[in-house]
Ligand binder design. Structure first.
Ligand SMILES: N[C@@H](CCC(=O)N[C@@H](CS)C(=O)NCC(=O)O)C(=O)O
Length: 224
């Protein structure tokens, strides 16, 4: 079945990484894949635009079904390969509710992170405001504190419940991104423990962004 799947991806992109982790968790190794470069604008190539007219990665195809939205792809894989690999949605209603809640809250965390990291890239020089920078940074700090608090209540290895779930598939790449961009390990010990706890999980280790192995991170978020 994996032979019918194609993933076009970029290194370090949390949405791409989510799909790769889900594929590994469901034992779907051997899919067709191509690593593309954002720097070389390969995400705007004809090959990508044909699959994803937004020119974004991931671009993912499963047979004839296109699933370019990373959340959609992860949920589809879990639903189609329920009994294969690791089960990623708990049965218990309370655990399932918590799992979906954390999974979708992850989108807010990711957006607030992107708002800070890419402000100078997204907003032209003449339109930048210190007040917007401050507001975005404060919003991200409040968001990160919320997640530190979530982990304070549970044990540190999983975001929802006692096992690895779609919440971890979806949010772990964003947590890694925060640390890659300099989030303080001292200030956020629970998030740090969570980050360390899953680093060596096979699905994560094997899909770790290759460019991160070759280059140093940045300190953009060190004061958050
Ligand atoms: N909603 C999409 C978002 C994908 C996305 O934002 N991809 C980024 C890389 S992290 C991208 O391709 N950006 C290039 C662009 O928007 O031109 C998903 O979750 O799959």
């Amino acid at each position: 079945m994996a032979k019918d799947m194609t993933l076009l991806w970029g290194s370090g992109s949390p949405p791409c990484w989510r799909v790769m982790i889900a594929l590994e968790e469901k034992n779907l190794q051997g899919y067709n894949q191509k690593l593309l470069s954002f720097e070389k604008m390969e995400h705007k190539s004809e090959e990508v635009m044909k699959m994803n007219p937004r020119g974004q990665l991931p671009a993912f195809k499963c047979g004839t079904n296109v699933l370019n939205e990373s959340y959609a792809a992860c949920m589809y894989l879990e639903s189609q390969f329920k009994s294969q690999g690791n089960k990623l949605i708990p049965d218990c209603p309370a655990e399932q509710a918590n799992m979906y809640q954390r999974m979708f809250e992850g989108l807010t965390l990711n957006q607030k992170m992107v708002d800070v990291i890419y402000y100078t890239w997204k907003v032209p020089e003449g339109e930048r405001h210190d007040s917007a920078v401050k507001r975005n940074r404060e919003a991200l700090a409040a968001e990160v504190k919320l997640w530190e608090g979530y982990l304070q209540k549970g044990q540190c290895c999983f975001l929802a419940g006692k096992t690895f779930s779609l919440a971890d598939v979806a949010v772990y790449p964003s947590i890694c991104y925060l640390f890659r961009f300099g989030l303080s390990e001292e200030r956020y010990p629970k998030l740090t423990a969570y980050y360390n706890c899953l680093k060596d999980r096979p699905s994560i280790k094997v899909s770790w962004p290759p460019t991160w192995l070759e280059t140093q991170g940045q300190d953009t978020l060190k004061d958050i």
